[in-house]
Design a protein. Structure first.
Length: 464
């Protein structure tokens, strides 16, 4: 890796992010009665997209918003401008990352054609209206009356698979806002996050924006690299990053396979595997260090496998570090869909070795050819044996290159370290399919007892 390239400034990056931040601050106080000190936020956004096809519509929207007279179409235009600007930031950061690791990128994905049944139009309009009300009130102006306006919309959207993506976003967004009411009492506002959710929600109300991605099928060998575990109070997800080798001998490609499940907030740590395992056999293969043989497995243009166990069978042993050393350098990166172009979505699989590791403010830092690369140990799951201490003592790492807080960081998925003169590998997903590790077995038993107790209580409630 050319770690020196990751530290070099990118032209106009700071200016683009500054325009986004200015608009996000305008949303804090609201666009119904813009504050004098933040009235330039929409103007800065319009200036940033001047000379693009969005210029005229965004300029009009910025003018209306500054006067407190913006309508729903104007809010959509502002959301589109903000999304496009962050998309350009994503592209610049991803191009620099690919230059640093010398790996080819995937082809661009064209937007999906507009589609959708007439029955969904009213719900989309209602969602757009609610999101517009949020923009007018601002995050400091939210109260339970404003936030609760989404409840009926979400409940009517959820039964429709075509609307479930937007419904889930609105539901989670509304829950965060409700937990922060009243907005006037907030000491700190997560301006970037809430603006991200607001803009994405608005664009998903447009016809065709939430259309299912184009899919095909693939046949060949899947070589897992590692598992990225994401846990929320009410949901958990495991995303397996892997190299796929087509049976026809064509160029290997990077793919992902994800499994998600709802959960009670009392099921944490190792307990999440008990919720996820029944839905994807790939997790067992990851634990056992095996490949998977796929036959006509559905896959999206973005490289996301729509996992179905009937299209997969367990293959030969496959060491993720051997895959990272041999297959990863020649694999083609997956392309990114237009609406997913955001700096937070950058997660490029990388392999690092020969680095020195030191601590900076108690966080590990890899030094590669004299250049530091921050390590994001906050993303390490407690549902596995990979710890910050193991990372600090490692000599090789399979991870995801991300961009956060203004810098590139690597999120370890697995590391190699020397223990008693032997190389030992530790994986974030090592306990995904079960484990004989003493710590893992103990944590698994505790999680099993918690899940069993919850099921018993649920059964009692259903019988009464």
């Amino acid at each position: 890796m050319r770690a020196d390239l990751l530290a070099e400034p990118i032209t106009d990056l700071d200016e683009a992010l500054a325009a986004v931040d200015a608009f996000d601050q305008a949303l804090v106080t609201g666009l119904l009665r813009p504050q004098p000190g933040r009235a330039t936020g929409t103007a800065d956004l319009a200036q940033a997209v001047a000379g693009t096809p969005l210029a005229a519509r965004v300029a009009e929207a910025a003018e209306k918003a500054a006067a407190g007279a913006a309508g729903e179409d104007h809010f959509v235009a502002l959301a589109a401008a903000r999304t496009a600007l962050l998309g350009s930031v994503h592209d610049a950061l991803l191009a620099r990352a690919r230059e640093a690791i010398a790996r080819p990128g995937g082809e661009e994905i064209a937007p999906a054609p507009a589609s959708g049944g007439q029955e969904a139009v009213n719900l989309l309009v209602a969602a757009r209206s609610w999101l517009s009300d949020l923009a007018r009130s601002g995050w400091q102006g939210i109260d339970h009356d404003v936030v609760s306006g989404s409840a009926r919309i979400v409940s009517e959207m959820l039964p429709d698979p075509a609307l479930r993506r937007l419904a889930t976003l609105l539901d989670g967004f509304a829950a965060e806002l409700a937990a922060s009411c009243p907005g006037a009492a907030l000491d700190r506002v997560p301006a970037r996050r809430w603006a991200d959710l607001w803009a994405r929600g608005l664009l998903l109300t447009l016809p065709g924006a939430a259309a299912a991605p184009a899919t095909g099928t693939v046949t060949g060998r899947l070589l897992p690299l590692g598992v990225d575990v994401r846990e929320h109070a009410t949901a958990a997800q495991a995303q397996v990053h892997a190299v796929f080798e087509p049976a026809d001998g064509s160029t290997p490609r990077l793919v992902r396979a994800s499994v998600s499940a709802p959960k009670p907030d009392t099921v944490v740590g190792v307990g999440i595997w008990q919720l996820l395992r029944p839905h994807m056999s790939l997790l067992a293969a990851v634990s056992e260090g095996r490949a998977m043989d796929l036959t006509d497995m559905p896959v999206t243009a973005e490289g996301d496998l729509l996992w179905s166990d009937e299209h997969a069978r367990q293959g030969e042993p496959a060491d993720p570090f051997a895959t990272a050393r041999v297959a990863l350098p020649t694999a083609t990166d997956a392309p990114t869909a237009p609406l997913d172009r955001h700096p937070a979505r950058i997660a490029v699989p990388v392999f690092l070795e020969g680095y020195a590791c030191q601590k900076d403010d108690d966080a590990p830092v890899f030094t590669i050819a004299g250049h530091p690369l921050a390590v994001d140990t906050d993303r390490l799951p407690v549902a596995g044996p990979l710890t910050p201490e193991a990372v600090a003592g490692s000599s090789a790492c399979v991870g995801l290159l991300r961009w956060d807080a203004g810098a590139y960081r690597v999120q370890p998925l697995a590391v190699e370290k020397t223990v008693r003169k032997k190389a030992v590998a530790l994986h974030a997903g090592a306990w995904a399919g079960g484990t004989t590790d003493k710590a893992g077995v103990k944590a698994e038993k505790a999680a099993t007892d918690a899940v069993a107790a919850l099921r018993e209580r649920a059964g009692r409630l259903l019988r009464t």
